[in-house]
Write a protein that binds this ligand. Structure first.
Ligand code: C2E
Ligand code: MG
Ligand code: MG
Ligand code: MG
Length: 281
C-alpha cells in the first residue's frame, strides 16, 4: 500500500493512515462532483483596525455543504484538493465569486474597503495564475487594489526567483499581497525583503498564548518592528479575547481578525455586520 509523495518517494501507510485514505477516497470523488456544482459557499470574516475603529476588509473563507456529511472544513478538503489538482477549479470559483461579491458591495456602497482570498501553494505555482487573476479582476470591474491575495510562506519556498517573478506579476496587476500564518514557515529575512508584499498576517499561534506567555509578546513586537522596517502592515489572526487585543495593541499591532470581532459569516449576516459598523469605511 504505497503512495507517491511530492518528492517522488514512497510512503507506507500505517493503519490509521489507511483508514483515513478510505475516508478521503470517498471524499475525493465527492469533491470532484462538488467542484462542478453548487455545494460551495463563501463566508466572510471582518478585519478591523482598532486604532481607526473601522472595518478594513474581510477574508473570504470557503465552506463545503456536503449533502451527506454536512459542513466539511476547508482544513480537511483544501489539502485533498491540492493533492488531486482540483484546487485550480475550486480556487477559480473562490476568486471569481469573491470579486463578484466585492463588485456588488461596491455598487451598493457598503463600507468594505477590501476582500482577501487565500491561495494555496499549488495555485501560486500554477503558470496560469497571473493571467487568471488579471482577467477575473477586469471582468468583475473592481479596482485591483481592493483585492488582496493571502499566500503562505510554504508557497514561496523552493525556487525563490520564480516566487519573486510571480509576486511581481501579481503586484503589476495592482492587487494587494499578504503572507498568511506568518512566523510558522521558513521565510528568511533575505527573501522577505525581496517580496513585494503589503501585509504580514501574524499567525494565530502567537496570539493564542500572548496573555500568559513570557515570550510571545516579544515575538509579536519583533514581527511588528520587522514589518515596519520593510514597509509592510501587520494584522493578527485568531484574536478571541479583549485581553489578547490589548496585548497586541501594546505591541503596536492594531489590526485584528478573530472571533472577538466576528466569526466568518454567511453573506446576509456579513452584510448586516457591515450595516451595523459604527464608523463607515
Ligand atoms: P487561514 O487562511 O489562516 O484562515 C483563518 C482560519 O482561522 C479560518 O479557518 C478561520 O475561520 C479561523 N479563525 C478565524 N478567527 C478565529 C479565532 O478567533 N479563533 C480560532 N480558533 N480560529 C479562527 P477556516 O475557515 O476553517 O479555514 C482554514 C484554512 O483553510 C484557512 O486558514 C486557509 O488556509 C484555508 N482556506 C479557507 N478558504 C480557502 C479558500 O477559498 N482557498 C484556499 N486555497 N484555502 C482556503
Ligand atoms: Mg487566510
Ligand atoms: Mg491565516
Ligand atoms: Mg493561521
Amino acid at each position: 500500500h504505497a503512495k507517491r509523495n511530492p518528492e517522488n518517494k514512497y510512503v507506507f501507510y500505517d493503519g490509521e493512515m489507511r483508514e483515513r485514505s478510505g475516508f478521503t477516497l470517498g471524499l475525493e470523488s465527492d469533491l470532484r462532483r462538488a467542484s462542478g456544482g453548487n455545494e460551495f459557499e463563501l463566508h466572510f470574516q471582518p478585519k478591523i483596525d482598532l486604532a481607526a475603529n473601522r472595518t478594513i476588509g474581510a477574508e473570504a473563507l470557503i465552506r463545503w455543504r456536503h449533502p451527506v456529511r454536512g459542513m466539511v472544513s476547508p482544513a480537511e478538503f483544501i489539502p485533498l484538493a491540492e493533492e488531486t489538482g482540483l484546487i485550480w477549479e475550486i480556487g477559480a470559483w473562490t476568486l471569481i465569486e469573491s470579486c463578484r461579491r466585492l463588485a456588488d458591495w461596491i455598487r451598493r456602497d457598503l463600507p468594505i474597503p477590501s476582500v482577501s482570498v487565500n491561495l494555496s501553494p499549488r495555485q501560486f505555482q500554477d503558470a496560469r495564475l497571473v493571467g487568471f487573476v488579471r482577467s477575473v479582476v477586469e471582468s468583475a470591474g473592481i479596482p485591483a487594489d481592493r483585492l488582496e491575495l493571502e499566500l503562505t510562506e510554504g508557497a514561496m519556498i523552493g525556487d525563490i526567483e520564480k516566487a519573486v517573478t510571480i509576486l511581481n506579476g501579481l503586484k503589476d496587476i495592482g492587487v494587494r499581497l499578504s503572507i498568511d500564518d506568518f512566523g510558522t514557515g521558513y521565510s528568511s529575512l533575505a527573501y522577505l525583503k525581496r517580496f513585494p508584499i503589503d501585509t504580514l498576517k501574524i499567525d494565530r499561534s502567537f496570539v493564542r498564548d500572548i496573555v500568559k506567555s513570557t515570550t510571545d509578546p516579544a515575538i509579536v513586537g519583533t514581527i511588528v518592528n520587522l514589518a515596519e522596517s520593510l514597509g509592510f502592515d501587520t494584522i493578527a489572526e485568531g484574536v478571541e479575547t479583549q485581553e489578547q487585543a490589548d496585548m497586541l495593541r501594546q505591541q503596536r499591532c492594531t489590526r485584528i481578525q478573530g472571533y472577538l470581532i466576528s466569526r466568518p459569516l454567511p453573506i446576509d449576516q456579513f452584510e448586516t455586520f457591515l450595516g451595523n459598523s459604527v464608523v463607515p469605511a
